[in-house]
Ligand binder design. Structure first.
Ligand code: IVH
Length: 679
């Protein structure tokens, strides 16, 4: 017992330490220890919790990513509706709002100015110090329960200090910083997936993933901008002090918020940020002005779905107009033929734009974009500008509708041809993209090579766009496996290569042989398999060989894998050429196995069981012991964390609770089968 007491104390200590370092890192942006030291603390805590599952709690920092996918989100009723905001688009509109409300309350008003971050509004309920529900705004009255996903956000506290009210709700904006947004879209572009139009869509898409592991890979962040309600303890009487108070409880509050004494100061706050919005690490589409006094907020009240005491003062959109000269086509690494717009260069928000992505032919047609059109372009995030719409009023009748197949029609061959290699072009059923059918297409090979060595892949530093092109043109590298057979003398032959850089490159190639399996799978460039999916596959299979053998049925059985991905993975490994490349990688010593095979030894890891009613084949203690022996945990009460309720004869009230919470119920027989299957 003394032993267990010590374990529990150590677990508590580790949790407190990790929470502290999370706060330093994610909220204050000022870490005190190295990543390696942090990882060590996490590893120790995980180890102890696995060994002593009775001490695992839902607010443990290890639980930020542990949860399993759900079929659908539950519905949460908001005790207080989540309102939206009225807009002001000009200074006159701001002043008109100010005049209206000052007349209503009479006297001096002071404000708080905040950025209006373009993300996803959420409401977070804390009960007895713990985060219990995190929900989307939904229609304002009912939202979706996305607690498990929100737990993955490092800057969101899973528990709060004991001084906090016993029950309260805070609200805030979940967002994807611009850097994360650009990275995600680049990855998606490389995979031939539709791009997110703006950081808000990306944040919403990420936070509403059915698989929390996917959410966990997206660098989401959150700023809390309001206290919904609080019970059992007094809270401050102004918005500004409330924000300070929430900051003291560990919440991340935007440091750019300002107390503004007059409406002139509000105008000034707006002007200064309108000019500097580009410098912000997140996308903001305006400022939110809030009356500071909560008493006055109450007196002003709401009108319809909007509070009178706050207004969104919008920035002008970062848009411009220019002529779309022509539409050209590039070939991606998986052979996709990607149309893009060549524009008359134009400066938008201080950046000169020459090209814009056009996702696919259907998209071009839907927006009715024609070559020669004057188009409105918009910058979302940092890199990829998009075309919002053509200005139809400016058409002169000479604009040309775009037809991809006509564009690439080869009159000699009398068929459409890949613009790079002339091979035949194909389109898979139900897909919007056309592909070059030739796996040996030089454009594809070069793109694949660049993808293979990129940071998210094998991370071979020193081989960039230019060197991969040279290696290919000189015939030194025909496929990615050739990289591992390069000799010093081959590289020295290339223009501008000195002994030192050759040494560095060969060193980087050697080092890449130890790349973790998930990144190797990503690097292979299987169609539709991006970084996230590659990680998921690496977690499910212990080696590349095992993945290569997997049938489409087996792949589809993995929650996040749909038929399209399953089909593309099996097709990839069926190709002789790909099998040959993998063999050569293996022969060169590239590690194609997962580092640990933990998952096999503890097949029920992270799964929580509760038993109700009488069992026929074994005592409850025996059943629990068997579950724990396989790494699962057992609890006496059903909570949101429960994965399975085992229902024996004459079940108790736990069954009703499990039903209410939508927790999976299994019979004793199903439990037996599960235990057998896993041993
Ligand atoms: S206060 C009743 N503050 O803007 C006041 N909202 O249309 C409710 N938003 O969906 C919101 N930044 O998610 C507030 N600093 C901020 C905000 C903010 C972004 C979003 C919010 C809401 C929308 C309002």
């Amino acid at each position: 017992m003394a032993e267990l007491g010590k374990v529990k104390a150590r677990i508590e200590k580790l949790k407190a330490q990790i929470n502290h370092h999370n706060y330093r890192y994610y909220v204050l942006d000022s870490p005190e220890i190295s990543d390696a030291e942090y990882d060590e603390l996490m590893r120790e805590l995980k180890g102890l919790e696995e060994k002593y599952p009775q001490f695992l709690t839902s607010d443990s920092p290890t639980q930020r990513v542990g949860a399993k996918p759900v079929e659908a989100f539950g519905v949460v009723e908001h005790p207080l509706p989540l309102l939206s905001l009225g807009n002001a688009f000009s200074e006159e509109e701001l002043i008109a709002w100010y005049n209206r409300i000052s007349k209503l309350v009479g006297g001096q008003l002071s404000f708080v100015g905040e950025h209006k971050i373009d993300g996803l509004a959420v409401a977070l309920t804390y009960v007895n110090r713990r985060l219990t529900i995190g929900a989307t705004r939904g229609d304002g009255f009912h939202g979706e329960d996305i607690t498990q996903n929100l737990r993955t956000i490092g800057s969101l506290p899973l528990s709060v200090p004991k001084e906090a009210p016993p029950r309260f709700e805070v609200r805030g904006e979940v967002f994807l910083p611009k850097v994360g947004f650009d990275k995600l879209n680049k990855e998606r572009a490389a995979e031939g997936l539709p791009l997110f139009a703006n950081p808000r869509n990306a944040a919403a898409g990420s936070a509403r993933q059915l698989d929390p592991r996917v959410t966990a890979r997206r660098p989401l962040d959150i700023y809390i901008y309001m206290l919904g309600y609080a019970e059992g303890r007094p809270t401050p009487s102004s918005h500004w002090e409330t924000m300070e108070y929430l900051g003291s409880l560990g919440f991340k509050v935007n440091p750019n918020n300002r107390k503004l004494a007059t409406i002139e100061q509000v105008s000034h706050f707006y002007d200064s940020w309108r000019e500097r919005r580009e410098d912000l690490p997140y996308e903001a589409d305006g400022i939110v002005v809030k009356v500071d006094s909560l008493d006055l907020q109450g007196r002003l009240g709401d009108i319809g779905h909007e509070p009178r005491w706050a207004i969104a003062y919008k920035f002008p959109a970062i848009q411009g107009t220019t002529r779309l000269k022509k539409i050209e086509i590039s070939v991606g690494r998986t052979g996709t033929l990607n149309p893009y717009a060549v524009l008359e260069p134009v400066a938008v928000g201080g950046v000169t734009i020459r090209k814009a992505a056009l996702h696919n032919e259907d998209d071009i047609r839907r927006k009715d974009i024609r070559e020669g059109d004057i188009v409105i372009i918009q910058r979302a995030g940092e890199v990829i500008p998009e075309i919002v719409a053509p200005v139809k009023g400016k058409r002169r009748g000479r604009e040309k509708e775009f037809r991809l197949l006509e564009k690439i029609y080869d009159s000699k061959k009398k068929r459409p041809a890949c613009p790079e290699c002339g091979a035949e072009v194909v389109k898979a059923e139900g897909e919007v993209m056309y592909y070059c059918s030739n796996a040996a297409c030089p454009a594809q090979i070069q793109e694949r090579l660049e993808h293979f060595v990129s940071r998210g892949g094998m991370d071979i530093r020193g081989i960039g766009e230019r060197l991969s092109a040279a290696l290919f043109e000189q015939g030194l590298v025909r496929d990615v496996s050739d990289l591992y057979y390069l000799k010093e003398k081959d590289l020295l032959k290339l223009e501008g290569m000195a002994e030192k850089s050759v040494g560095n490159i060969l060193g980087a190639i050697e080092k890449s042989k130890k790349t973790p399996l998930g990144r190797v799978i990503f690097a292979l460039g299987i169609r539709h398999v991006g970084g996230e999916m590659a990680e998921i596959l690496a977690n499910e299979f212990s080696s590349l060989d095992e993945l290569a053998q997997a049938s489409a049925e087996k792949l589809i059985a993995i929650t996040t894998v749909g038929p399209k991905i399953a089909e593309s993975v099996t097709a990839f490994f069926k190709q002789k050429e790909n099998r040959r490349i993998i063999k050569r990688l293996e022969k060169a010593g590239v590690r194609l196995k997962a580092e640990k095979i933990e998952a096999r030894e503890i097949p029920l890891a992270g799964q929580e069981f509760v038993i109700t009613g009488r069992l026929e084949n074994f005592s409850r203690q025996q059943a629990e012991a068997q579950i724990r022996a396989l790494g699962g945990s057992t609890k006496s009460d059903v909570t949101r964390q429960t994965d399975y309720l085992v229902v024996g004869a004459e079940p108790g009230s736990k069954l009703a609770k499990a039903k209410a919470l939508g927790i999976k119920q299994i019979s004793e027989e199903e439990l037996l089968r599960l235990l057998e299957q896993k041993t």
